[in-house]
Design a protein around this ligand. Structure first.
Ligand SMILES: *[C@@H]1O[C@H](CO)[C@@H](O)[C@H](O)[C@H]1NC(C)=O
Ligand SMILES: *[C@@H]1O[C@H](CO)[C@@H](O)[C@H](O)[C@H]1NC(C)=O
Ligand SMILES: *[C@@H]1O[C@H](CO)[C@@H](O)[C@H](O)[C@H]1NC(C)=O
Ligand SMILES: *[C@@H]1O[C@H](CO)[C@@H](O)[C@H](O)[C@H]1NC(C)=O
Ligand SMILES: *[C@@H]1O[C@H](CO)[C@@H](O)[C@H](O)[C@H]1NC(C)=O
Length: 632
């Protein structure tokens, strides 16, 4: 009996589900892809060639693909054969010069670049495992990530070498740091391209670790999640086949490669197809479309608020012809995670993107969902997130009711068990794990049992069962459609009502003047719960006076939201994307802590809801709140 990895669970649930509900083509597609991937995993394990180095090798040796570009980066192009040659030279340098051996973990602290990919595959070529370090990290956070990787060697991008301060080095006495400068690179390139025997890449199981990828660490330090070969197979095949891509496609990503979205979904999809991966060094609305045009990309990747930032950026005009360049590209599809309904159509329409593939999955997660959408849909589709592809209904994945006070799954006081959410009721998305052998589906955090266990929920519906906690609160309707409700912990309580920050942000985002809305609850003196606050970036191009915009915003919020959910406070932020992670995901932590205290909001104008509109909130008003003179 073959243990079922990753998404195989949803395949099983899918079959029954298909008959019961939709027979939409992409549900069938999902089913087909996961089955095919599972079979190729089993085959690869038998042949003991699960390492993705073999995929690179296959394409580099195949006449049909050898001379095709695999990597496009800043004007450079590397074919499959060239990439393979470099990978072999770098791997020989790693093994002979630096003594790296199979199963060693090696930290890679790198910005997006072609060298990042060469080094990554060179490590795989000798059976070593890269730990992708967030190159933005400094000081103790950097030292922490390096330490918990267990690596003894870190290869560092010359562009980020300045973060290797004496303090960092001193706190890691056992670690060797090699800055991959042009001199070192030349040395690595002079090595002979050695192909080491298959034995160094042998893997006993497809759930073995392929990579370490860190969580973003928005609360506490980042944690390294073990990414198995099986997960990379699933991710790359899902996005390759799921986006209907072929060898002729060019996947463009400027999301950081040290996250799984860019590395496992975008780049590995291109590789798995024999197609091309175009890499941008970093996200910027100023270079995004320029690089998309230059690389002739056909599929672009987004994460978080990326599409929002592109949509609200001013159009690019050809300086010679005066032509608007918005639709001057070959992009047929955008794939990613986090595209919210309030920008969905605007993004599609402005840039003329035919298909959106919204994929929902976590790095450390054990299942995925997706929503494929070609046509435009009725306005006002509130919070609709995606269509289940069999994953949610059935025994394998489900939603459980959340205790809004403790932010833990709710337990029946009599039985001690959790309860499935009713249709329409929000619940945390959980997926079943094999209780006897959790590692089959969830490999957890590297060397951190406490963190691993915090993602596992036990005795959920019966004694002894085990489930993976996604941390996402979703909602489904009677037709099985899934809506994103909120991240667990983001929902706040006000006047005994539970308010989803994501839903409020989405409603505010539908107002024409709002470029970005980030909603959170703030604690106020002499008040229970949290009051809603919206950090907003307003479109200055309209030229309307601020007062008018705020009046119409208040009217819009009051007309579209229940009374208790209308934000009591509005904080105006100057620029979009000021509180986001490196994958453009909104952050609430800092904003929440700053509250609406005029001394802490960094000079941002704050307003509060008075007589149906937003009026300035300053020191006097804050003092009145502190004295307890105001009851909200
Ligand atoms: C995939 O491509 C084929 C042929 O180009 C097309 O007929 C089909 O509708 C596409 N499917 C999806 C899900 O986009
Ligand atoms: C899935 O991905 C792996 C690795 O990229 C590849 O070797 C395999 O052929 C793919 N499976 C299918 C069914 O395409
Ligand atoms: C996908 O999401 C969009 C935006 O939320 C929604 O309008 C659309 O109906 C969804 N598609 C499906 C098939 O559920
Ligand atoms: C949590 O809040 C939601 C939204 O108000 C509600 O539907 C749900 O029943 C609450 N959970 C529990 C366990 O009361
Ligand atoms: C909000 O959540 C609390 C705690 O889970 C619950 O008791 C309450 O019923 C919820 N309120 C509503 C209106 O759903």
């Amino acid at each position: 009996m073959v243990p079922l990895p990753v998404a195989a669970a949803s395949v099983v649930a899918g079959a029954a589900y298909l008959n019961a509900r939709f027979s939409l083509p992409h549900d069938l597609l999902f089913f087909r892809i996961s089955t095919a991937t599972l079979l190729s995993l089993i085959r690869a394990r038998r042949a003991d060639n699960i390492n993705l180095f073999y995929v690179l090798e296959k394409h580099a040796r195949d006449k049909a693909t050898a001379a095709r570009p695999l990597i496009l980066f800043e004007g450079r192009s590397h074919t499959y054969a060239e990439t393979y040659d470099r990978v072999l030279r770098y791997s020989s340098w790693l093994r002979e010069r630096l003594g790296v051996r199979e199963h060693d973990v090696v930290a890679l602290d790198y910005q997006n670049s072609d060298d990042f990919i060469f080094l990554w595959f060179a490590l795989w070529a000798i059976g070593a495992k890269p730990a992708f370090i967030n190159h933005n990290l400094q000081g103790s956070a950097l030292a922490h990530c390096l330490r918990v990787s267990s690596a003894r060697l870190a290869i560092v991008d010359p562009r980020v070498a300045h973060s290797l301060t004496d303090d960092v080095r001193r706190s890691l006495p056992g670690m060797e740091f090699v800055v991959f400068s042009p001199t070192v690179e030349a040395q690595a390139l002079r090595q002979e391209p050695v192909r080491y025997p298959d034995a160094v890449r042998s893997e006993s199981d497809y759930i073995n670790m392929a990579l370490l990828i860190y969580t973003s660490g928005t609360t506490g330090m980042p944690k390294p999640a073990v990414v198995s070969w099986a997960k990379i197979y699933m991710a790359s095949n899902m996005s390759a086949k799921g986006t209907n891509a072929t060898r002729d496609d060019i996947f463009y990503t400027c999301m950081p490669l040290y996250h799984s979205a860019a590395s496992c979904l975008a780049f590995c999809s291109a590789l798995c197809l024999g197609a091309t991966g175009a890499i941008g060094r970093r996200f910027s609305t100023k270079t995004f479309w320029k690089e998309v045009r230059e690389t002739q990309a056909t599929v672009i990747q987004y994460v978080g608020e990326t599409c929002r930032y592109l949509t609200v950026a001013p159009p690019e005009i050809d300086p010679v012809t005066g032509e608007n360049l918005d639709k001057k590209h070959r992009v047929r599809a955008a794939m990613g995670n986090g595209l919210r309904p309030d920008v969905w159509d605007r993004f599609k329409d402005r840039f003329g993107i035919d298909t959106i593939y919204e994929i929902y999955a976590a790095t450390e997660g054990a299942a995925g969902l997706w929503n494929v959408s070609r046509n435009s849909f009725g306005k006002g589709a509130i919070g609709r997130f995606g269509l289940v592809s069999g994953a949610v209904v059935g025994r394998r994945s489900t939603l459980v009711r959340v205790d809004n006070e403790t932010e833990q799954p709710w337990r029946d006081p009599e039985t001690g068990f959790c309860q499935r959410s009713k249709a329409g009721e929000p619940g945390e998305f959980i997926t079943r794990l094999p209780a006897e052998d959790i590692k089959q589906r969830f490999q957890g955090y590297y060397g951190n049992e406490a963190a691993t266990n915090s993602k596992i929920l036990r005795d959920v519906f019966e004694k002894g069962d085990a489930w993976f906690r996604s941390g996402d609160v979703l909602r489904w309707d009677k037709d099985g459609r899934i809506y994103f409700h909120d991240r667990i912990g983001d929902t706040y309580r006000w006047k005994s009502e539970n308010v989803s920050t994501a839903e409020v942000a989405q409603i505010l985002g539908l107002h024409a003047a709002v470029q970005e809305a980030n909603v959170y609850g703030v604690q106020l003196p002499h008040h229970d719960g949290r009051a809603g606050c919206a950090a907003l970036v307003l479109d200055k191009a309209s030229g309307l006076p601020e007062k008018k915009v705020l009046d119409s915003l208040a009217a819009h919020a009051r007309a579209s939201l229940p009374r208790y959910a209308v934000p009591l406070f509005v904080r105006l932020i100057k620029e979009v994307g000021t509180q986001t992670t490196s994958t453009n995901k909104q952050q609430k932590q800092v904003l929440r802590e700053q509250s609406v205290d005029p001394a802490k909001v960094q000079g941002d104008p704050v307003f509060w809801l008075k007589d149906g509109t937003y009026v300035p909130f300053g020191r006097d008003e804050w003092r009145a709140l502190q004295r307890g003179d105001v009851k909200l």
